[in-house]
Write a protein that binds this ligand. Structure first.
Ligand code: K7E
Ligand code: CUA
Length: 681
């Protein structure tokens, strides 16, 4: 209860939400309270439905909510949207349905995941995870080995003409400055890139409107001169730099093409969230920073802690990047090579008009571009306002060289008043903003635990408008991100909003000391926002999600026969039924095996201690959902083979014994019989 009291103190908007159980129960449906906008008056359904409503003491608004989000058994087609959600420090990605909010899948990305056989011997996943550690160019502890987790934050879906095209998803690793690519044909991870020169990366993940590039930038600046690490923090402004990275996307397969990629060196201001220009701002990108003070902490060394040092200036710096210009500058060769990446040096970026700065109220978090690209909304964690920048004004100020001054690195700073279209007071702790299809912005208020709905004018004209707060909804509790349907595109669908809440105390049955996060689904169809449902996320701390219309995703039901998911092409060692064989060459035992209901063939593999074993496993099934597993006890090998899939497993038979390998999916009535022997003598 102490926490509930704290929420109450933090913001009036919380109301008694934490204590709502009794209140709801007292307001039964047939008392005729329309509540959440539905059902009032005509409440007696009669028959069993009414009996259940009475027995469960549901209020009219509860019934409305249930009907809004309920999906009858077997009706998966009633989920209109997918959520592609960050898995936080689980290192994974979640797929959910809206409005049901059911979790459909957790995709193994940076972290090994046994159900999908992700990272347990299969050549289509283990090398992907291992390639995600660039131990040569980046500092990684040799004794702790390759990185097997990540702190995923910001998923970014591929786009065509500013709309999601349902092809690829990208997600960053905030901890280690990495990024992963997931192919949405089979919902599997194909590439993890340890991005050169990025020490970490928090919010800078987005895709450009035609998927030319996926962007990722530093959070904690990167040390670029390690000649005196003991003094590095004292020389912070000299030896640290930020980097904005434009990773070129191969249009054929969605992968990163490093040769066509480039970075822009940035001042070490601790860059945070970023968003991509579109429409009126196409060709530009925007990145917040929250430590233009370049504070370093040092609270036991007689210095201020970071939170104080980084909050001193009234303003931090919004970075305005002309990436089309940067592309030209890179093409003209005005770059230096740094750890395998073309980098536009900071002075070049400033001189060539690639980078401008604009003051933004201190310690901002989100910067979010409106659907037509005319406005960029910046939310300052410590300021109850959001600040709306006008792209028309930014372009005019750049053109007329309307600069306030330059920063110490020679970057031109635009005048605040020349580029801001307006400010609107929304409440305590604004973090992130999303937009709908009707000209409204929705901003999360972390401290107040609420969503603020505000008007930008229709339909997001450029020029000055009176921005206005129009509604507020209490959220339980401490909302971080929020997401409207296709809200990051040029054509948002509106309809629903999902609030991603950091705290869930009192909302769910107790599961011990670590509580789930809470996704709250909100109805946006009326003038006032209405809460529909709570969904516990008991496997991750999702930071951000993107919502994509279901019909845009064209996932495969089965693989074309003999496909290796890594290449998405026919594996050279795929076999057909009847072509199974074992060959021994010296100390190498090579096996071409078929996998089907309910046997492996061959089902006995004989090896000598120390032999190399190379297995080529083909799931010869063609029926959707006919997945088999392949696990060898004591060897830490676990593969999952979907219908048509091939995987190759190479290992050394370095422990003697009889190992009963088996299928890990209950695939058939004789699933338990789907077993064989590895004999190592
Ligand atoms: Cu949690 Cu986008 Cu990493 Cu804000 S971030 S809350
Ligand atoms: Cu195949 Cu169980």
């Amino acid at each position: 209860m102490a926490l509930t009291r704290r929420r109450l103190l933090e913001g009036a908007a919380v109301g008694t939400a934490g204590l709502v159980v009794g209140g709801v129960a007292g307001k039964a449906l047939n008392e005729g309270d329309g509540g959440g906008g539905g059902g009032g008056g005509t409440t007696n359904l009669g028959g069993k439905a009414q009996e259940v409503i009475n027995a469960r003491k549901l209020a009219a608004e509860d019934v409305t909510r249930a009907v809004q989000s309920f999906v009858p058994p077997g009706r998966g087609d009633m989920d209109d949207f997918y959520l592609i959600s960050s898995g936080g420090h689980s290192g994974q990605l979640l797929v959910m349905g809206v409005p049901s909010m059911r979790i459909l899948k957790m995709i193994g990305v940076f972290t090994p995941e046994a159900w999908q056989g992700h990272g347990f011997g299969s050549d289509s996943s283990e090398p992907v995870i291992l390639a995600g550690t660039d131990a040569k160019n980046k500092r990684t502890s040799p004794s702790r080995g390759p990185l097997t987790w990540a702190d995923t934050h910001h998923p970014a879906l591929s786009e065509t003409n500013g709309e999601y095209d349902g092809r690829y998803a990208y997600i960053n690793d905030r901890a280690n400055g990495r990024i992963a690519m997931i192919d949405l044909r089979d919902f599997k991870t194909k590439q993890i890139l340890d991005v050169p020169n990025l020490e970490s990366s928090h919010g800078g993940c987005f895709v450009t409107p035609n998927s030319e590039y996926v962007h990722i930038s530093t959070m904690t600046p990167t040390l670029v001169d390690d000649s005196d690490i003991d003094k590095a923090l004292d020389n912070f402004s000299k030896v640290f730099r930020g980097f904005s990275t434009f990773l070129a996307i191969n249009p054929k397969n969605g992968r990163f093409d490093l040769d066509r990629s480039f970075q822009i060196e940035l001042p070490p201001y601790t860059q945070d969230l970023a968003d991509c220009g579109k429409g009126e701002s196409e060709g530009y990108a925007f990145i917040n920073s929250y430590n233009s003070e370049m504070a370093t902490g040092g609270n036991l060394e007689g210095k201020e802690s970071l939170e104080i040092g980084a909050s001193k200036n009234d303003y931090d710096m919004l970075h305005i990047i002309n990436w089309k210009k940067a592309e030209e500058v890179a093409k003209a060769g005005k770059t230096k090579q740094l750890n395998g990446m073309r980098v536009i040096p900071l002075d070049v970026a400033a001189a060539e008009g690639v980078l401008y700065l604009a003051p933004e109220p201190r310690s901002p978090h989100g910067v979010d571009v409106a659907p037509n690209g005319a406005y960029m909304t910046v939310a300052g964690k410590l300021d109850p306002h959001v600040t709306v920048y006008s792209m028309a004004k930014v372009l005019k100020a750049i053109e007329s060289k309307d600069f306030e001054k330059q920063d110490q690195y020679g970057v031109n700073i635009l005048k605040f008043d020349s580029v801001v279209a307006g400010r609107v007071e929304l409440g305590a702790g604004p973090l992130h903003t999303q937009y709908d299809d009707k000209g409204y912005g929705y901003t999360s208020l972390f401290i107040e635990s609420a969503v603020a709905k505000w008007s930008l004018g229709e339909p997001y004209h450029s020029g000055d408008k009176a921005f206005k707060l129009v509604d507020k909804l209490a959220i339980n509790y401490n909302i971080g991100h929020l997401c409207t349907m296709e809200g990051d595109t040029m054509k948002p669908a509106g309809k629903y909003l999902v609030a991603l809440n950091k705290w869930s105390i009192d909302r769910f049955p107790n599961v011990g000391t670590l509580k789930p996060q809470n996704f709250q689904l909100v109805d946006l169809t009326g003038e006032k926002m209405e809460l529909i449902s709570d969904t516990p996320i008991g496997m991750a701390e999702p930071h951000y999600v993107q919502a994509i219309r279901r019909d845009r995703l064209k996932g495969w039901e089965v693989y074309p026969p003999g496909t290796n998911p890594l290449t998405m092409e026919k594996d050279p060692d795929a076999i057909e039924l009847g072509k199974e064989k074992i060959e021994r060459k010296g100390n190498m035992v090579e096996v071409w095996a078929s996998v089907k209901r309910s046997s492996f063939k061959p089902d006995i593999i004989r090896a000598k201690l120390g032999d190399k074993i190379l297995l080529h496993l083909t799931n010869v099934e063609t029926a959707p959902d006919a997945t088999h597993g392949f696990a060898i006890p004591r060897y830490n090998i676990e593969c999952s083979l979907d219908a048509g899939e091939v995987t190759n497993v190479e290992f050394t038979a370095d422990v003697k014994g009889t190992f009963a390998f088996y299928c890990t999916e209950f695939c058939s009535a004789l699933h338990l019989e789907m077993q064989g022997w590895l004999l190592v003598s």
